[in-house]
Design a binder for this molecule. Structure first.
Ligand SMILES: Nc1nc2c(c(=O)[nH]1)N[C@H]1C(S)=C(S)[C@@H](COP(=O)(O)OP(=O)(O)OC[C@H]3O[C@@H](n4cnc5c(=O)[nH]c(N)nc54)[C@H](O)[C@@H]3O)O[C@H]1N2
Ligand SMILES: Nc1nc2c(c(=O)[nH]1)N[C@H]1C(S)=C(S)[C@@H](COP(=O)(O)OP(=O)(O)OC[C@H]3O[C@@H](n4cnc5c(=O)[nH]c(N)nc54)[C@H](O)[C@@H]3O)O[C@H]1N2
Ligand SMILES: [Mo]
Length: 767
């Protein structure tokens, strides 16, 4: 049962001899080869090379890949393999223009792979769907905007949904959030609804802030970093430099993950000539435990039991009792519940031995300052709230929240996903203060909350939603229940995509459908008052300006800010306080508005956004100001040992985790090389361990089908998946997102925040 790694400090972590692995570490030469390949594919130029050299530096472009920090003192190349891929992908010299859409019907494009669709190049003129011709055809901006505005104005505002993927800058995002509320709805779902909504809702309950409490500085002072369900090497590779520095200072790294992710095992810094030439990686995790999916609650329960036993033996030496008494509530009830769980159940649910869990707890106890990192491995579960509650419990026991070198630290996804929320994109009234909107613009925003992405998708399927605007993103790939959603989507009265590249969602047009091509972050954004900067917020609540320097793909491409403002102006009755044209002419004015609406976060915004390292908008929990209902930090009594929820997983039942490869950014598939996992060539695969293969009589390379086990009257199935042996816990299968999304039921989501439970899908294998 307990087949996980359990090695002594920094002895190399052994690989399962039965599994094929690339021998290369994260970073290193492999990462350079990855960048070179994309450079060739998109016909990269000297302009592209120049933009890369300024990436994530003051005055340059802020990377459109992940939300990791942009340090005040950047290194020579402050970008990673995946940041370079995202940047080059946007700087594509090829164009998906009117000619392209003339040559290829929608029916034909639907047979294309996601990779090839985006590879067609940058969208370069506005397009309108013509059903008779089964094609998108060119349309003038004036006609497009006028038609969209008229249709939205005629509609009951509550029937419209404005989705935002976390790309667009704070300026466009603020206008989008303002537009929805001025129109009369708050249906403003965002990509974080599929991602860290579990964080936004539950961290707020536990410690009073919807975002992490750490900053980059903490990583210079921590003694241990725990990683639960975050894949640094693939999803936030620049973080590896920070971890490497911490390791070299003696900081301990402890990882819980069902998959042995290369980046958390060893890393070669591509900028370190000696390391590159000697091929001598830094070992990252001191301990790596292959927990069962959903088993993290059990792990932390076990760790807490051990900590309590140690405190019992020497009272006052292990827990931070003063902190617990002064700053927290519900500690006693939590302790009672933790003590009531038995070790055999903890071992069963976690897939780890008591010895392993106690060993991890000892590292925690021996470390003065501890940071708790997490990602989708904790948030995308039915009881994700309990994962976070338990993680906070663990940290609060020793006062590891709200002091230097310690804290709870979710690693956010899209480069501005956190910032979009800060400036009002979100379905709740609390996301944008109604009194300010009234004061600034004479608008009466709706008082009832709007719809999150799960609710909005239900509305698309049952016909109660009529229009869908997408500011970036690819919902029909990213969401669960693909087939049913596509049917509902094609019945929408209006679909509008503001996008940089074609994708699958564009190919399911509503009755009236537009694709509006927008500038990317690398492009020069020329407006009346000159070239405009935009801004974004990172995972540590720092805000930076970003300035594009590439020629836009064509003169017909507009900025997201201009497109949003244009549609707003065409939709809303005239209001002298909504000065859309003036704002588009000069984004400084938009930043002034943001500072007025959110004075605590954005005072003096225009001046501060050029500060190296960005400006910090602060975090109350970091200062032990708990903005919770009780005014204290909240302990959470565990109610169960697993975060998987109550679905049947019988003899043939497996828990499916959906993974990202090193060669994708969400639904954007750069290629078919998952180098860090040693998986090449195909994404239509299912990973499973050899013992389980033998038990089921499966052969390597055999094609099988996966079926969803959620029995709600809908058949969910994906065929043609190649069996691929891989070192995973028993009872677990893994495969790629978005290919396996048809298996995830929309109703299968985190209980409090509605985040789809993409990491714990009950499935069955059929041969
Ligand atoms: N290159 C690249 N970078 C990206 C993205 C991308 O697609 N590509 N996407 C961006 C976005 S939007 C986001 S939100 C982030 C996502 O980044 P992450 O938060 O790292 O998300 P995932 O890669 O989906 O999953 C993280 C890890 O969770 C593990 N895991 C699965 N189930 C469990 C579990 O039950 N318990 C534990 N402990 N671990 C589990 C998986 O094995 C995986 O290693 O990355 C961002 N950065
Ligand atoms: N099974 C499974 N499903 C998942 C996940 C999972 O782990 N497993 N992860 C979930 C997560 S964490 C997330 S965040 C969602 C992601 O869901 P989305 O945010 O909806 O998807 P993306 O793939 O990030 O969007 C890609 C598209 O954005 C457009 N784009 C790129 N850059 C720009 C830009 O600068 N401006 C504009 N306007 N458009 C741009 C391009 O047209 C591109 O095709 O998926 C979720 N789905
Ligand atoms: Mo995400």
């Amino acid at each position: 049962m307990t087949k996980s790694n359990n090695k002594n400090d920094h002895s190399p972590i052994e690989q399962d001899p039965n599994t094929t692995y690339d021998k290369g570490p994260a970073g290193g030469w492999g990462s350079l080869r990855g960048v070179t390949r994309i450079f060739g594919e998109v016909q990269g130029s000297t302009v592209a090379a120049k933009i890369l050299s300024r990436l994530n530096k003051p005055g340059g472009v802020m990377c459109s890949s992940c939300a990791w920090a942009k340090p005040a003192k950047p290194s020579t190349f402050e970008f990673c393999e995946n940041g370079a891929k995202a940047t080059l992908w946007e700087l594509d010299e090829k164009h998906a223009d009117a000619n392209f859409f003339e040559q290829h019907s929608i029916t034909e494009l639907k047979t294309w792979h996601d990779h090839d669709l985006e590879k067609a190049g940058r969208l370069s003129e506005p397009l309108r769907y013509e059903a008779d011709r089964d094609r998108y055809v060119p349309v003038s901006w004036d006609d497009a905007i006028k038609d969209i505005g008229e249709k939205l104005a005629e509609m009951n505002p509550k029937e419209a949904v404005f989705y935002a993927s976390g790309h667009a800058g704070l300026e466009a995002s603020y206008l989008y959030a303002l537009f929805a509320r001025a129109m009369g709805h708050q249906n403003l779902p965002q990509s974080s609804n599929m991602c860290h909504e579990t964080t936004s809702v539950n961290l707020k309950t536990f410690v009073g802030t919807p975002v992490g409490t750490c900053t980059l500085e903490d990583f210079e002072h921590c003694d241990a970093i725990f990683f639960f369900g975050q894949n640094t090497g693939t999803n936030s590779p620049r973080f590896l430099h920070t971890i490497k520095d911490a390791v070299e200072r003696g900081c301990k790294i402890v990882t819980f993950n069902p998959v042995r992710e290369r980046g958390l095992i060893e890393f070669i810094e591509p900028q370190n000539i000696m390391q590159m030439l000697t091929n001598n990686p830094t070992e990252i995790s001191n301990k790596y435990y292959q927990v069962k999916p959903g088993g993290d609650v059990a792990v932390i329960t076990g760790m807490m039991k051990h900590i309590l036993t140690r405190e019992d033996a020497a009272p006052g030496t292990i827990l931070d009792n003063d902190f617990i008494a002064a700053e927290t509530i519900d500690f006693d009830e939590t302790v009672e519940k933790v003590r009531a769980f038995d070790w055999p159940d903890i071992e069963e649910e976690s897939g780890l031995s008591r010895e392993m869990i106690e060993e991890a707890a000892e590292i925690y106890i021996q470390s003065k300052n501890v940071i708790g990192i997490y990602g989708m491995g904790l948030t995308q579960h039915v009881d994700g709230w309990l994962n976070l509650g338990m993680y906070c419990n663990l940290l609060l026991m020793r006062g590891n929240i709200g002091r230097l070198g310690a804290g709870i630290s979710p690693v956010r996804g899209h480069s501005n996903v956190q910032g979009q929320r800060t400036v009002g994109i979100g379905e709740k009234s609390s996301h944008m203060p109604a009194d300010k909107l009234h004061e600034q613009f004479g608008i009466d925003a709706p008082t009832e909350n709007g719809q999150n992405i799960v609710q909005a998708s239900e509305g698309v399927m049952d016909g109660s939603i009529k229009a869908m605007l997408s500011l970036g993103g690819n919902l029909l790939r990213a969401l669960p229940d693909r087939e049913r959603l596509e049917t509902g989507w094609s019945n929408l009265d209006l679909t509008v995509h503001i996008a940089t590249k074609p994708n699958r969602s564009h190919l399911i047009p509503g009755k009236v459908s537009y694709i509006l091509p927008c500038l990317g972050r690398t492009d020069i954004d020329q407006q009346q008052s000159g070239p405009q900067a935009s801004s974004m917020e990172d995972t540590f609540s720092h805000i930076y300006g970003s300035l594009g320097s590439a020629e836009p793909p064509s003169e017909h491409v507009r900025s997201e800010t201009a497109i949003v403002a244009g549609i707003a102006k065409a939709t809303l009755p005239s209001n002298p306080k909504l000065r859309w044209d003036e704002w588009v002419a000069n984004y400084d004015l938009i930043r002034d508005l943001i500072a007025e609406t959110f004075p605590d976060d954005f005072s003096d915004f225009n001046n501060r956004m050029t500060q190296p390292g960005g400006f910090y908008r602060g975090n109350p929990a970091r200062e032990r100001k708990w903005k919770t209902d009780s005014g204290k930090a909240q302990f959470t009594p565990p109610t169960t040992l697993s975060s998987l929820g109550q679905h049947p997983r019988g003899e043939n039942g497996f828990t499916l985790i959906t993974l990202r490869s090193n060669d994708q950014f969400n639904t954007t598939i750069y290629g078919f090389s998952d180098r860090l996992r040693g998986l090449e060539g195909s994404r239509e695969i299912v990973l499973i361990n050899r013992e389980e293969m033998a038990r089921l009589g499966l052969q390597e390379g055999q094609l099988i089908s996966l079926y969803s086990q959620v029995d709600d009257g809908h058949l969910r199935q994906v065929d043609g998946l190649k069996v691929t042996p891989y070192d995973l816990p028993d009872g677990t299968v893994a495969g790629y997102y978005p290919e396996l999304n048809p298996l995830v039921p929309l109703s299968y989501h985190e209980k409090k925040s509605f985040t789809p439970a993409y990491k714990g899908v009950p499935v069955e294998i059929k041969q």
